[in-house]
Design a protein around this ligand. Structure first.
Ligand code: XUL
Length: 518
């Protein structure tokens, strides 16, 4: 019994949820946005680039935000000595490249702060993140080397995917062989920050490791053929693979000295944000589908066996509670809604008013929301495409544009998740936009399913805290799920049968429109 802390290193912020397993309550829910660390020039989570397909972050911003967050907690009177174990969640696929100094424990003196300590350990100053789509050539090369994309999909749960770590590592090894040679270890965002918490390199968990195109899902080990197809000497540059409930070490003295943690705090392997969310929404066992409306929009569910998407857009990751999970991810998520809101000078309230004042089906107005290049379906040339009335086409009808972006996002979730299972009756929804009842109403009608919402929008942070508690032996998955993952009463959104029937028709029109522009 005690406090269990989950950190969430997401695309745009570092946040934390602390749960108290004794009272069954969330005692802290706090966040620091990367726009609060302007010196790292990643206000939205990535550095500016002339090439729209390239999306890298400065990995030091994650550490600076972590320190700001812990300082905020301590200054707010939170007694971190009550924390028993810590785990975390990282945006998936992003890679951090570190030189030999990272392996030298005596170099880990952090008196000047974590960012200053890690800076000289980076063999590459920037970290490609999941939004990067620049590795189409490398994906093709990897597929050719192992006998086709289907072989990669069968082994790793996904065909070669631009944002996945393997193709990213390959591109770096080709473009900058000197810096690649200077790289002693390549970490994921999750295992990198877990390493910083422990004060030495720690392993990659099977949940996040499966997002690399390198992990063999049958053996749960790095796959020799994939390693050889990806980059020279890669075996020696990867951390070990660990199960998600591994206690990878005790917290580094830096954190106890500076923020008051007990020196015995256990650090549990970190995982990816989607595997953590699966736990945090109470969906660790098969049967519950989840929609997460964060920077990326994702749809996922637990599954026993690693079935693959025949179209090649879906992925299989490890489920931190055992077994696997399926996932489908869309890049034009929260930022696409923000783009429409900003373009028409709306507030979020006005955005919701627009949804209330426009009819389901949007009088025939539809949009393909590719404000940046898209991954599901693969669209490399960004550009939102519209069809409908002249006013809508000319950009004049703000409310139609709002409804068009929300409907298109819901319809593509439905279309591209159809390979996973029969359509669910109930969906749990989480992430920033899940607070909007109007956005949820569109989703409920499109899926013709009851939508359940949970208390915290940060299911990845909550899942990480629950994983810390489970791994430390404080409670079972069932107890934790019963206590922390109950849908909030009165917040469900029930589908309207007429609207659902209308969306059923609209789905094929939308799919045809999307195919024309793929
Ligand atoms: C999943 C994916 C995103 C990131 C960031 O494959 O790329 O969901 O994990 O949220």
């Amino acid at each position: 019994m005690g406090w269990y802390l989950g950190l969430d290193a997401s695309t745009q912020s570092m946040s934390t949820i602390i749960i108290d397993t004794e009272s069954g309550r969330v005692v802290v829910d706090e966040s620091v946005g990367f726009d609060e660390c302007p010196e790292y020039r990643c206000p939205q989570g990535f550095l500016e680039s002339d090439d729209p397909l390239i999306k890298h972050a400065d990995p030091l911003v994650w550490l600076a935000a972590l320190e700001k967050l812990l300082r905020k907690l301590v200054d707010g009177g939170i007694d971190l000595s009550r924390v028993v174990a810590v785990s975390g969640s990282g945006q998936q696929h992003g890679t951090v490249y570190l030189n030999r100094r990272f392996l030298d424990v005596s170099a880990w003196g952090a008196s000047a702060g974590l960012a200053a300590m890690i800076e000289p350990m980076l063999s590459r100053k920037t970290a490609p993140i999941w939004m990067d789509s620049s590795t189409t050539v490398e994906c093709r090369e990897i597929a050719e080397a192992v006998g086709g994309a289907e072989v990669v999909q069968r082994k790793t749960g996904s065909p070669p995917i631009e944002r996945f770590s393997g193709p990213q590592i390959r591109r770096f090894s080709k473009d900058n062989p000197t810096a690649y040679n200077d790289t002693a270890v390549v970490h994921l965002v999750s295992s990198f920050i877990a390493s910083v918490l422990v004060g030495r390199g720690v392993g990659v968990d099977i949940g996040d490791g499966a997002g690399m195109n390198l992990l063999n899902l049958s053996t749960l080990e790095w796959d020799e053929d994939m390693l050889a197809a990806t980059a020279p000497g890669l075996r020696d540059r990867l951390p070990e693979v660990v199960s998600s409930d591994t206690i990878v070490g005790r917290i580094a003295p830096y954190f106890s000295d500076k923020y008051g943690f007990n020196p015995d705090v256990q650090i549990v392997a970190w995982s990816g944000d989607n595997p953590n969310s699966l736990i945090g929404v109470g969906a660790h066992a098969p049967g519950t589908a989840v929609v997460s409306l964060g920077t990326s929009h994702t749809y996922f569910a637990a599954m026993k066996k690693p079935n693959v998407d025949p179209e090649g857009y879906g992925h299989v990751f490890g489920n931190p509670a055992g077994g696997f999970m399926s996932l489908i991810c869309f890049k034009n998520g929260a930022l696409a809604q923000e783009e429409i809101r900003d373009r028409y000078g709306l507030t979020w309230e006005a955005f919701d008013d627009c949804l209330r004042s426009t009819p389901p089906g949007n009088s025939g107005n539809m949009m393909l929301p590719y404000f940046v290049s898209e991954i599901t379906p693969l669209v490399l040339d960004a550009g939102a495409v519209r069809t409908g009335s002249d006013e809508f086409l000319n950009g004049g009808d703000a409310c139609a544009a709002v409804r068009a972006v929300v409907e298109s996002q819901a319809l593509r979730l439905k279309i591209h998740s159809s390979w996973m299972a029969s359509t669910p009756d109930t969906i749990r929804v989480t992430g920033g936009a899940s607070v909007s009842t109007e956005v949820c109403r569109v989703l409920a009608d499109v899926f013709n399913a009851e939508l359940e919402r949970l208390e915290t929008g940060n299911s990845a942070g909550l899942g990480a805290a629950m994983r810390a508690a489970e791994a430390a032996g404080a409670a079972s998955w069932k107890d934790l799920t019963d206590r922390f993952c109950q849908p909030v009463k009165g917040m469900n959104v029930t589908p309207d049968r007429d609207n659902a029937a209308m969306y059923e028709d609209m789905q094929s029109r939308y799919a045809a429109f999307a195919r024309e522009h793929a």
